[in-house]
Design a protein around this ligand. Structure first.
Ligand code: ATP
Ligand code: MG
Length: 575
């Protein structure tokens, strides 16, 4: 492709709304174009890279026995009502009505649709296992679309669904997809880690997230350097502190004026934060959106609450809970903002972190302004309606597997695999007949890759201050030939010759024949991040060119024919 003919507009300035490198660079390189918040289009170079990622995904999915199909983005509400997710998915589900008032949604994921296909088509054990997948546009009305392709409202996903006779079959399918994902992300040039994950709105028993390591990632992972424990922080178990043997002292009310935070009350009373407990107050909603229950969650004062664990403990979707208006909740339950403890609370669900019963003589709010209670003890002074692990595993806490201090890292979730089991086949009636003609539910797995988020993750890991540094495998073009003076006949002819030969050798080539100053061309070449740059300038008269890899700083003077060979070799090796 000649750059003089390409529909390309690069930007010098950093666009206002872009905060992170991938968003800034994809916009500046003219690869994506924003339509409205969270909705992007792809320009020629951007779309080529999307297709490269799709091709890698297709090749690997096909090798693993997947069969590609293509389902519509529009899905009827009835299927979502069958699975129970029309309510459970919440406001992220993009709902619409047709002219007759019938409800539909734009699919955020396709479990219902694929289960529907299979329940209609599969009746016998002989037809199993099967793995169906698609690469298709998804819609999620995200609360905070941001970071460009990273969290958008319209995005491209590869979603695959496996259907097996039994759990052992699912284990095999899951393992195969896990290995396939490792190959896909390696081929995309990503540095990533697979970690245990929560199953969220998708459901099921077991799940792993594939996380591209990056400081701008929204996923926080906890891992252990001593053993193989690695999990999202949402999911990571947190070991209870050892139970204390102290004698129980009598409860005492103390005057603690103005000490609303744990830090303040601990300092005021000369206690460690871990000798206190912290209250977090919530209200939950029913499926009609009406207020249902007040919830008070308690963790030790030095801990943080893990919201995912709390909603799992309550058995409600994440969108059905919010921080409570403390005054309103106070009228109903006796809580007092900043001074809430479990003693004296009424008419609310009390959720107690599993380590609190073992911690003795704690300080807690007295449910009375400017007062706390000291020597509060579980069992004697308060009880929980639910007692379970709801605390976040912090950096430095003991690893739940081996006890060594855990580390935290940030990453971008580029893919996730789930063992769904029979959640959808039971609720939607997808059964097969086994050898003895007995009806059995099909055992399912599902496997997603964010294609467009993967593109952003690659840029996030592969860039410098001048622009993108594409790995060969997902680069929009392999080579850019920069002609210093396109009006110079010798330079133009040599560039053309290199261009033809590279294409004949199977390379994808951009020829920058624009009538721009060399400085502008070099800046654009760096910004676009094409892996190999061949510059045709003054040396053309002697058949010499300059050869440079985008990822290296050295340049080399080579004979044109050698530069072609070098470029073809590297493409062959890394594509
Ligand atoms: P997140 O926790 O980031 O919201 P998720 O766990 O809800 O994502 P899945 O349902 O597992 O996402 O979807 C499969 C894949 O689709 C994700 O691993 C991610 O790569 C991609 N994805 C999900 N939401 C978005 C989005 N809003 N924009 C771009 N890609 C997304
Ligand atoms: Mg996910």
């Amino acid at each position: 492709m000649k750059l003089s003919k390409m529909h390309l507009k690069t930007l010098r300035e950093v666009p206002n709304e872009a905060e992170i490198p991938s968003h800034i660079l994809l916009l500046r390189a003219g690869m994506i174009r924003k339509l409205v918040s969270g909705v992007y289009g792809f320009m020629p170079l951007g779309w080529r890279s999307v297709r490269k990622i799709e091709d890698i995904v297709r090749e690997e999915m096909d090798l693993a026995g997947g069969q590609e199909i293509h389902m519509s983005a529009i899905q009827p509400a009835e299927l979502w009502e069958e699975s129970g997710r029309w309510y459970a998915y919440g406001p992220e589900l993009w709902r619409l009505k047709d002219r007759n008032g019938r409800d539909f949604c734009l699919g955020p994921t396709h479990e219902e649709i694929f289960t529907d296909i299979v329940r209609n088509d599969i009746s016998s054990y002989r037809q199993l296992p099967v793995n169906l997948y698609q690469i298709q546009t998804k819609y999620r009305d995200e609360a905070r679309p941001r970071f460009g392709l990273m969290r958008s409202r319209e995005f491209i996903m590869k979603d695959a669904y496996s259907f097996d006779r039994d759990e052992a079959g699912l284990d095999k399918s899951y393992e195969e997809m896990y290995r396939t994902y490792e190959r896909i992300f390696t081929r995309c040039g990503l540095s990533f880690r697979a970690v245990e994950a929560d199953t969220g709105a998708i459901g099921g028993s077991n799940s792993h997230e594939f996380t591209a390591l990056s400081d701008v990632g929204e996923s926080e992972i906890a891992y252990c350097e001593k053993c193989s424990m690695a999990a999202t922080v949402e999911r990571a178990e947190c070991t209870d502190a050892p139970a204390q043997e102290e004698e129980l002292r009598p409860v005492e009310e103390v005057h603690t004026p103005g000490t609303k935070t744990i830090e303040e009350v601990a300092a005021f009373l000369g206690l460690e934060k871990r000798q206190t407990m912290k209250a977090l107050l919530f209200v939950t909603y029913d499926s009609e959106g009406k207020e249902k229950d007040y919830v008070a969650a308690f963790v030790r004062g030095d801990r943080e609450l893990n919201m995912t664990k709390l909603v799992n403990a309550l058995g409600i979707p994440e969108h059905a809970i919010e921080f409570a208006d403390e005054e309103k909740m106070g009228d109903a339950t006796g809580c007092v903002g900043g001074f809430t403890g479990p003693v004296g609370l009424h008419d609310c669900v009390i959720v107690v972190d599993s380590e609190l019963p073992g911690q003795k003589n704690l300080c807690a709010g007295a449910c009375k302004k400017d007062h706390h209670l000291i020597n509060v003890n579980y069992g004697r002074d308060y009880q929980g309606d639910i007692v379970t692990d709801i605390k976040a595993l912090a950096e430095g806490d003991p690893c739940p597997v081996c006890g060594a201090p855990v580390k935290h890292a940030r990453g971008i979730e580029v893919g996730q695999v789930f063992k769904l089991g029979t959640k959808y086949s039971q609720s939607m009636g997808a059964f097969y007949k086994d050898e003895s003609m007995k009806d059995r539910p099909i055992v399912m797995g599902c496997y997603g890759i964010g294609i467009t988020r993967t593109l952003a993750a690659v840029v996030e890991q592969c860039h410098d201050e001048n622009g993108i540094i594409w790995p060969v495998s997902v680069a929009p073009y392999h080579v850019i030939i920069t002609v210093m003076k396109p009006d110079d006949r010798i330079q133009a002819e040599l560039a053309e010759e290199i261009y033809e030969k590279l294409i004949a050798g199977g390379a994808e080539v951009l020829l920058d024949d624009r009538k721009e100053r060399p400085g502008v061309k070099f800046k654009d070449a760096d910004l676009l991040g094409i892996p190999v740059r061949i510059t045709v300038g003054r040396g053309a008269a002697d058949g010499m060119v300059e050869y440079k890899l985008r990822r290296d700083s050295e340049k080399e003077e080579l004979y044109a024919s050698d530069s072609i060979q070098r470029a073809l070799d590297i493409i062959e090796k890394e594509r």
